[in-house]
Design a protein around this ligand. Structure first.
Ligand SMILES: Cc1cc2nc3c(=O)[nH]c(=O)nc-3n(C[C@H](O)[C@H](O)[C@H](O)COP(=O)(O)O)c2cc1C
Ligand code: SF4
Length: 643
């Protein structure tokens, strides 16, 4: 029986019919091309995995139509006919899976990562990319129009089913459309009609080169969320025009680099955050409208279609986290879906750092071509995992998937380790989804879990393991700072506070401005505490993704929170602290509590119990070296796979 009947009903897009209404949106994943920018096996297998997972439509993206528009170095280059054979091979590999396969055409304009950027006007991007773009001449604009048409023709020749034009997110087309980035005084600037001219010209060029029947959708912003940017009123007007021009679908996203609402929002933003924009457009047109933005569950996807807010649901990150989401949803196996947690760290943060994109909860992203077979282990071992944080649980899952007998022992009464505490602060409960997923998986795979059970000689004798995986995590490190141990303020750690082992007074000094310190400040502020965060480094929470940090920093703009950096502590006082920021000396007084939330130190005392025993030992996650979740998950699966 098919669950989510609205989502899994077929949909027609022009001459194309898709088996369901799930579209994997274009994601510039920054891997899988050779030195010419032509797609290779790595990208192909990444898409094959998702097509096999049952998605109805997917988009390669963003394919650069012109060298000046290459947003990131490792994106498909579509400006030369030489790209066609590799694209053909990719199309052929996806063909058996009944998935409509398209390409998103983009030109990054001023938001491209190189120093030869072009744009409608010489105004630099508002964030992320710093170079000043060259203003396009009229000839230059015509060259770009042609480039879009030619790139589309190459995709058509390679056998793709459809094309999407990227007219949103502050890239070149959007730069023409928005008044704040287009100051031209010729026929491509000024009035609404002039600002959309570039898009209409390239749309017509694509249709003329690929034929009117070849489906072409357009992704636009429902709104830029920026002063003097593209507005919903303009998007409504444009949608009607695009329908008349012959657009086969409209895909409604939002935001640009530096906008108030980001195009790729983090866990702080509500699910379905841009659906209202799609719904407004859907009222104006009769071609299919795609909604996108933090739609990660089949329940919400189905509801959006059922309530007529959109015809198609685009998912991006949810399909990075679990390529098989569609299949699992369709068969009602929703609890088996590996959830995206909206951290933005493995995917967009990596990509914007010009590294290959990945996923914190799914270490397989980009490695699909290396992992074509998941063979059972040659011999079955007794595996004991100590520590049921994310690393321990993920290692146990992978070991059990390979057929080993696995026991997990955890000294606390709950699963999740430090991740459980990371989810206990405002706006971050979505992190719990990954703990719940791993817990369900361990249950499904018959992994024995022993809570309130630290590693002991008795346990080792009882289980008699061949292998022990030590995933005992980390704890806050007590710093050696003058006066800290003599102060009359209460002293505790972030772990104590979030685990509710310690209470804090009304005025709190948080020592450390990494993610842990900042989310703690947020937590304390919502409990009406006055908080001073002292950070010794030049930047706050550098280990967070910039998208996620952006929303956290907005939350921290409260009267009862003060952030200080870079701080050199002189001494703690009976009720406060004295420190320097550069030349300036600062004294804070009348504080009740100091919470240590800075460096973490690995916990691996349990390893002593394993000495001189004939047992393989692997130390993973924070117990090996405290780092962020992606490393823990990666290491865990790697170990699980090699047992
Ligand atoms: C790594 C990454 C790269 C992206 N690259 C593109 C892109 O090339 N073109 C585009 O239109 N959107 C791009 N996006 C945005 C997604 O298509 C999507 O709109 C966004 O992630 C919100 O949807 P989601 O919440 O389902 O992930 C990218 C997103 C991610 C995570
Ligand atoms: S890295 Fe984080 S936001 Fe990105 S897909 Fe994975 S879980 Fe989702």
């Amino acid at each position: 029986m098919t669950a989510f009947v609205n989502l899994f009903s077929p949909v027609r897009i022009g001459s194309m019919k898709a088996k369901n209404r799930l579209l994997m949106s274009a994601m510039s994943i920054n891997f899988g091309v050779d030195d010419k920018g032509w797609v290779n096996e790595q990208l192909t297998e990444y898409f094959v995995a998702r097509a096999r997972g049952g998605v109805g439509m997917m988009l390669v993206g963003g394919g650069a139509v012109h060298p000046t528009g290459l947003e990131l170095p490792q994106l498909p280059a579509l400006w030369d006919d030489g790209c066609i054979p590799a694209l053909e091979k990719m199309v052929a590999a996806v063909k058996p899976f009944d998935c409509c396969f398209g390409v998103q055409l983009m030109h990054g304009g001023r938001q491209s990562y190189h120093d030869k950027t072009v744009a409608p006007s010489p105004i630099p991007a508002l964030a992320v990319v710093k170079s000043i773009p060259k203003e396009l001449t009229i000839d230059g604009i015509h060259e770009m129009v042609n480039a879009f048409g030619d790139a589309a023709r190459r995709c058509y020749q390679a056998g793709f089913d459809f094309i999407e034009i990227h007219g949103g997110h502050g890239y070149l087309i959007n730069q023409f459309m928005a008044p704040n980035s287009n100051k031209r005084t010729d026929v491509y600037g000024g009035s609404f009609k002039n600002r959309i001219r570039f898009l209409l010209e390239l749309f017509r060029d694509i249709k003329s080169k690929c034929g009117a029947d070849f489906p072409v959708g357009v992704r636009i912003n429902g709104k830029d969320y920026i002063e003097n940017g593209w507005t919903l009123e303009e998007a409504l007007k444009l949608s009607v025009i695009l329908e008349k021009e012959g657009a086969d679908y409209l895909h409604i996203s939002a935001g640009i680099y530096g906008s108030k609402q980001l195009s790729i929002p983090s866990m702080y933003v509500e699910h379905g955050c841009f659906t209202h924009l799609a719904a407004a457009i859907k009222n104006e047109v009769s071609i299919p409208v795609v909604a996108v933005g933090r739609i990660k569950t089949p329940e919400l996807a189905d509801l959006i279609i059922k309530t007529g807010k959109a015809d198609i649901i685009a998912m991006g990150r949810a399909l990075l986290a679990d390529p098989e989401l569609p299949q699992k949803a369709r068969t009602g196996n929703v609890t088996a879906i590996r959830p995206c947690i909206g951290c933005c760290l493995g995917c967009i943060h990596a990509v914007l750092a010009q590294e290959p994109g990945g996923c914190v909860v799914n270490p397989d992203v980009g490695r699909e071509y290396l992992l074509k077979t998941d063979e059972p282990a040659a011999a079955v071992y007794n595996v004991l995992v100590t520590g049921a944080g994310p690393a321990g649980m993920a290692a146990a899952r992978m070991a059990a998937l390979r057929g080993h007998r696995v026991t997990v022992c955890e000294q606390n009464g709950q699963l999740g380790g430090a991740l459980r505490l990371a989810a206990a602060v405002p706006g971050r409960s979505e992190i719990n989804d990954v703990i719940k997923f791993l817990a369900r998986e361990l249950q499904r795979l018959n992994v024995e879990i022993r809570l309130n059970t630290p590693l002991s000689d008795t346990l080792i004798r009882t289980i008699d393991p061949d292998t022990v995986i030590l995933a005992t995590g980390s704890l806050p490190d007590m710093p050696m700072l003058k006066g800290l141990f003599k102060t009359k303020m209460d002293l505790c750690t972030v772990t104590d506070v979030l685990d509710q082992q310690s209470t804090v007074g009304d005025t709190v000094i948080v020592l450390g401005g990494n993610q842990t310190g900042l989310v703690l400040a947020d937590y304390l502020s919502t409990r009406n505490k006055t908080v001073a965060v002292l950070h010794r480094k030049a930047h706050f929470a550098e280990e967070m993704s910039s998208n996620d940090r952006y929303y956290l920093r907005e939350r921290l703009k409260q009267d009862n929170i003060t952030l200080y950096k870079p701080v050199v502590i002189d001494t703690f006082l009976a009720d406060g602290v004295q420190f320097h920021i550069g030349e300036e000396s600062v004294t804070l007084k009348n504080f009740d509590t100091v919470v240590i939330a800075d460096n973490m130190t690995p916990v691996r005392e349990a390893a002593n119990l394993l000495r001189n025993k004939d047992i393989n030992i692997h130390i993973i996650g924070d117990a090996k070296s405290p780092r962020h979740l992606m490393y823990a998950m990666n290491e865990a699966e790697e170990i699980g796979r090699t047992l």
